[in-house]
Design a protein around this ligand. Structure first.
Ligand SMILES: Cc1ncc(COP(=O)(O)O)c(C=O)c1O
Length: 368
C-alpha cells in the first residue's frame, strides 16, 4: 500500500444507478406516495422471493419488530429471550412492545448460544428472537427444537441477513414471523429507512397492517390505537430494483469474504466462522483481534473505514440499565467478543483494487 496513492475505502456503499433513478422518478410522477402501487408490488415480490404468504412493509425494522411482537400477542408481563450481541433496535422492539428482554450469550459464530435458552425460561417467557447477525444464520435446529418443546414463539431478526439460509430454508421463514431492514447499508437496501414483516400467519399479517396505519382497516374506523409506521412508494420503487439484485449482490459479498479469508489466513487474526450447513451472506465481515483499536486506527490512517458492530452490548447500555425490570446477568462470551471485533469493508461494488488496499492495510499492520 502506497502513501503516494491514497485511496478512500468506505465501510459500505449503496449503488444508486440509472435504473434506480428511473424507477424512483417513475414513482414520483405516479403521484401516489404512501402504501401505493409500488408498495403493493414490493410486498408481493418480497413475499414471493422469501416464499412466505405475507410481506408487510413498514417504516423500518425497529418498527417491524414492535409491530410483529404486538401482533404475535407479546406485550406487558411477557419476557422475550434475545441475544445481547445485536443492534440496540432489537431490544427497543421488545421494550416498545411492552415486554422485557432476557439476555442470552453468544456462541463462537457471534450468534446466540442455544444452551442459554432453557435455563432462562420462566412462566413469563413468551418468545425468542434469533438475530442472524452479520449475515450468519443462528443455530436454528436447536432454537426451533426448544421453542417447540417449551411452547415459545419465534420472531427472527433478519435485518442483517436477507437471503441467508439454514440448510435449504431462508432466514425469515422459520419463525412465526421474520423482520427485514432496508437501511441503506443492508444487503437489500433502500435510499432511506425501511422494513418489512414476513409471515405465513394471516392474523399476524392483518394486525401488522392495521397497527402500522393508525389501527384501522378502512379509512375512518380505528379498531385499536396504532402507529404511523407506514412505508412509501419512492423507497419501494428503489427496493424493488435491489430485490432483483439481491441474489447477485449476496454472491458478490460471499466472493469478497472468501477473498479476505484467503488473503488474511496467515495473520494472527480471527476470521468469521461459518456454521456448518448454513449460507452466510456477509452483511459484515468481522475480524477479531485484541489489538482492535490499533488496527482500526492504522486502517483509518490509510483511508480505510472500519466499524465496530457493536462495541457496547445491549445488556450494558444505559437505556437498558435504566429499566429496573431487566434481570442482571454476566454474559462472558459477549463481553469478551465486543472488545475484539472489527468490521472490514464489504459491499457488492467493492472493487478488487479497493479490497487489495484493505488487505494490504491489514497485512502491513501485522508487519507483512
Ligand atoms: C440486527 C438488527 N436489528 C434491527 C435493526 C433495526 O433496523 P432499522 O434501522 O431498519 O430500524 C438493525 C439495524 O441496524 C439491525 O442491525
Amino acid at each position: 500500500m502506497s502513501a503516494l496513492n491514497p485511496q478512500q475505502v468506505p465501510l459500505s456503499r449503496i449503488e444508486i444507478d440509472d435504473e434506480v433513478r428511473e424507477r424512483v422518478m417513475h414513482a414520483l410522477d405516479a403521484g401516489q406516495f404512501i402504501l401505493g402501487p409500488e408498495c403493493k408490488a414490493f410486498e408481493s415480490e418480497l413475499a414471493a422471493w422469501f416464499g412466505r404468504r405475507h410481506a408487510v412493509l413498514c417504516s423500518n425494522a425497529t418498527a417491524g419488530l414492535t409491530l410483529a411482537m404486538m401482533s404475535m400477542g407479546i406485550g406487558p408481563g411477557d419476557e422475550v429471550l434475545v441475544p445481547s450481541h445485536t443492534a440496540f433496535p432489537t431490544i427497543e422492539g421488545v421494550f416498545d412492545a411492552g415486554a422485557v428482554p432476557v439476555f442470552l450469550d453468544v456462541d463462537d459464530t457471534a450468534t446466540l448460544d442455544p444452551s442459554w435458552i432453557e435455563p432462562r425460561i420462566t412462566s413469563k417467557t413468551k418468545a425468542i428472537v434469533p438475530v442472524h447477525i452479520y449475515g450468519q444464520p443462528c443455530d436454528m435446529d436447536r432454537i426451533l427444537d426448544v421453542a417447540k418443546r417449551r411452547n415459545l414463539l419465534v420472531l427472527e431478526d433478519c435485518a442483517q441477513a436477507h437471503g441467508a439460509m439454514h440448510a435449504s430454508r431462508k432466514v425469515g421463514t422459520m419463525g412465526a414471523a421474520g423482520v427485514l431492514s432496508f437501511y441503506p447499508s443492508k444487503n437489500l437496501p433502500v435510499p432511506g429507512d425501511g422494513g418489512a414483516v414476513l409471515t405465513d400467519d394471516d392474523g399476524i399479517a392483518e394486525r401488522v397492517r392495521m397497527l402500522r396505519d393508525h389501527g384501522r382497516r378502512g379509512k375512518h374506523v380505528h379498531e385499536v390505537v396504532g402507529f404511523n409506521m407506514r412505508f412509501n412508494d419512492l423507497q419501494a420503487a428503489a427496493g424493488r430494483v435491489f430485490l432483483r439484485r439481491l441474489q447477485a449482490n449476496n454472491d458478490a459479498r460471499r466472493r469478497i469474504a472468501a477473498r479476505y479469508d484467503e488473503a488474511l489466513a496467515d495473520l494472527p487474526l480471527g476470521r468469521p466462522r461459518r456454521r456448518d450447513g448454513t449460507h452466510h451472506v456477509f452483511h459484515l465481515y468481522v475480524v477479531e483481534t485484541p489489538q482492535r483499536e490499533a488496527l482500526a486506527k492504522h486502517l483509518a490512517s490509510h483511508g480505510v473505514q472500519t466499524g465496530v458492530h457493536y462495541p457496547m452490548p445491549t445488556h450494558r447500555q444505559p437505556g437498558t440499565l435504566a429499566r429496573p425490570e431487566v434481570r442482571r446477568e454476566a454474559l462472558p462470551a459477549t463481553d469478551a467478543l465486543v472488545d475484539r471485533i472489527l468490521s472490514l469493508p464489504v459491499f457488492p461494488s467493492l472493487t478488487a483494487a479497493e479490497q487489495d488496499h484493505v488487505i494490504a492495510g491489514v497485512r502491513s499492520f501485522f508487519g507483512r
